[in-house]
Design a protein around this ligand. Structure first.
Ligand SMILES: *Cc1c(COP(=O)(O)O)cnc(C)c1O
Length: 358
């Protein structure tokens, strides 16, 4: 590496591998928690008509007023709460980190968990504390979390509910204890809200330090990049200052507003995904030598026989099915693959590829 790069780039950035997105061309794509369904032709035509009104020569509405009101109408956001939009929820995590990144400030989450909490802490120059989940069932180890919060005094705690990549919901009373005991903000990340009946949204306002973050990605609009953060407006007004102007582009604003007006289509798709999830889980449970974990999200984490995850992952890929290999990502994920719930025929192809790889 050139001496200048070595001198100027922060060592912790040099030490990173760039976020790797594998090439999925020609493969059945079950690696990224995408909704596998498209829109009916009539709806696509209406959407294209709506896009004709979009003026690409103008900057976007800086506050995304139309999506804000659509989200308030359709996403059960309690009245009077603040709402902040991000270019995906990833950008909201980044805004939060940038807003609190004073020397010594920390972010805390659980492991194995969503990797962006740790990555963004690093980008923002913050320390990150990862508290282990319980090995048996990936449940929250409440006393460890409480002890770590006491010791590290994190500015922000992130908990994904359901958790990625494990798919489970943490015990709601344990989460409530974390919110109560936290010395700073607690963000409940409900990226998978469309796939579970549980949510902390009705309890927003019960604690002054609770925020809820969601995204339209997993419900079927991953390409638009839109996440939202809701909570106390005085907090959100500060975090909003770390937002780049015009962060939600005009096409995303128009398309999200349109999609939310036709939410029944997305709801029907997520309902089918939930049905397929239980079918897929049952089928996986019937296979010898592997262990699927119960999921409240649109994916299933599956433990492969000892030491065979990589080989099975590669063999399924050769058979045309791409899943996510998590072996090596965290000690508790040894031998684990994660499969996104796809269309029935995709799930059948996955199961066939898995069985022959086993
Ligand atoms: C996928 C995911 C996100 C990221 O969502 P985007 O809005 O697409 O950036 C956030 N949190 C969790 C837990 C996720 O799994």
């Amino acid at each position: 590496m050139s001496k200048l790069i070595e001198r100027l780039i922060r060592p912790e950035i040099q030490a990173l591998a760039a976020y790797h997105v594998p090439d999925a061309s020609g493969l059945i794509k079950l690696d990224a928690m995408e909704n596998p369904y498209g829109w009916p032709a009539g709806l696509r035509r209406q959407w294209l008509e709506a896009l004709q009104e979009v003026r690409l020569n103008r900057y976007p509405d800086p506050h995304g007023t139309e999506i804000q009101s659509a989200l308030r109408e359709f996403m059960d956001i309690p009245d009077g709460k603040g709402l902040l939009l991000g270019n995906g929820s990833d950008e909201l995590i980044q805004m939060l980190a940038l807003a609190v990144a004073q020397p010594g400030a920390r972010i805390l989450s659980v492991e194995p968990g969503f990797v962006m909490y740790r990555m963004i802490a690093l980008f923002a120059g913050m320390a990150y504390v990862g508290v282990r989940l319980r090995a048996e069932d990936f449940s929250l180890d409440l006393s460890s979390v409480l002890a770590a919060m006491e010791k590290e005094q994190p500015a922000v705690v992130f908990l994904a509910y359901p958790n990625n990549p494990t798919g489970n919901l943490f015990d709601a009373d344990a989460v409530a204890r974390v919110i109560e005991a936290a010395p700073g903000l607690v963000v409940i990340d409900e990226a998978y809200a469309p796939f579970t009946d549980r949510s902390f949204m009705p309890r927003l306002g019960d604690w002054p330090n609770l925020m809820i973050m969601r995204t339209v990605s997993k419900m079927g609009l991953a390409g638009l990049r839109l996440g939202y953060l809701t909570g106390p407006s005085d907090w959100l007004a500060e975090i909003d200052k770390a937002r780049l102007p015009y962060n939600i582009n005009v096409l995303t604003q128009a398309s999200t507003a349109f999609a939310l007006r036709h939410r029944d289509v997305l709801d029907e798709q997520t309902r089918r995904i939930r049905e397929e999830r239980s079918r897929l889980y049952d089928e996986l449970s019937g296979l010898d030598g592997i262990h699927p974990y119960p999921s409240e999200a649109n994916f299933v984490l599956v433990r492969m026989p000892d030491g065979r995850a990589r080989e099975i992952f590669e063999s399924m890929k050769r058979a045309g099915v791409l899943v996510k290999n998590l072996d090596g990502a965290h000690p508790l994920l040894d031998d684990c693959l994660r499969v996104t719930v796809g269309r029935p025929e995709e799930n059948a192809a996955f199961l066939a590829a898995l069985e022959s790889s086993l």
